[in-house]
Design a protein around this ligand. Sequence first.
Ligand code: UDP
Ligand code: MG
Length: 339
Amino acid sequence: MTVFSDRDPREAGATPSLSVVLPMHNESRGLDHLFARLVPALSALGLPFEIIAVDDGSRDDTLARLKEFRTTVPNLKIVALSRNFGKEIGVTAGLRRSTGDVVVVMDSDLQHPPESIGALLARWHEGFDLVYARRNNLDRGGLLRNAFSHGFYKAFEFMSEIRVDRETGDFIAADRRVVDAFLAMPERNRFNRGLFAWAGFKTATVDVTIEERAVGTSQWSFIKLLRLAANAITAFGTLPLKIWTVIGTIVSSVALIYGAYVVGKTLLFGADVPGFPSLLVAILFFAGVQLIGLGIIGEYLGLVFSEVKRRPLYFVREAIGFEQTADGSPAAETLRDAP
Ligand code: UDP
Ligand code: MG
């Protein structure tokens, strides 16, 4: 963890240092474009910077090419993870190694324009600790995907204590304090946007035009997105667990009232045989309700299970360009201690 000095990196005359964290999975083909725009954009800021590229278990030659780029791209550091852990973990690994007073996290497919970093930093200079880029153009995710993402954010808003804005994505500038807060959260089930929002701090947004991917296609399949959504909701709220008490109570009450009615009716008018279809419908319906309830308990149990195993979040296969660590050794990193 960073030891705070009295010096505020934002005060006039101070030269704050900047870290840029880039998660990468099979991005080899786009690296030329990326660095061709990123390096001039960073140089124009006139701040000392480091670029931390996280190779998240790419199957192409991303890692080899990154190593080549170290000769031409100033201050490029590489963290190669032992396998593909997913973007949320990739970002975490990059943040873990970052040293800047302010850290920018952005996609490495140029959807987040590097020229906008200056605008994010300007808000940070004003005193905001967490600056989100807010996409000001319409996303083109397709009808189903958009409907799904709208539904997810509504559900998330309803079920958790924190707010995440659908239009603000994963392009952020975060003060060192926010990064440390983020890294102090040890959970294995990570939804970065939720973790940042949960940490609080003074936030601001900047409108940014999100671009089309330079090369390749998005790596988020619909199933992966569903998984992330389920993780996000279960990690930040317990309403899905608790709601079954309410539903169960309502259903039992209705059943009791109906039972009383049936008993009364039988006493007054005698028994009649018909009624099997409604019986079947009721049984199937409540069996379904119970299975849903069990499934949701299962989701949370799975979550608890993955937490109690206390496995490291990820393993580092190679770390290149960092001062303190021995390169090339497989290392489990804990989030709290310095590397
Ligand atoms: N990414 C990653 N690990 C993964 C999938 C994606 O590090 O398992 C990176 C990817 O290289 C890119 C960023 O996360 O820099 C966003 O991914 P992508 O463009 O596929 O997602 P989208 O822009 O559609 O949200
Ligand atoms: Mg993308």
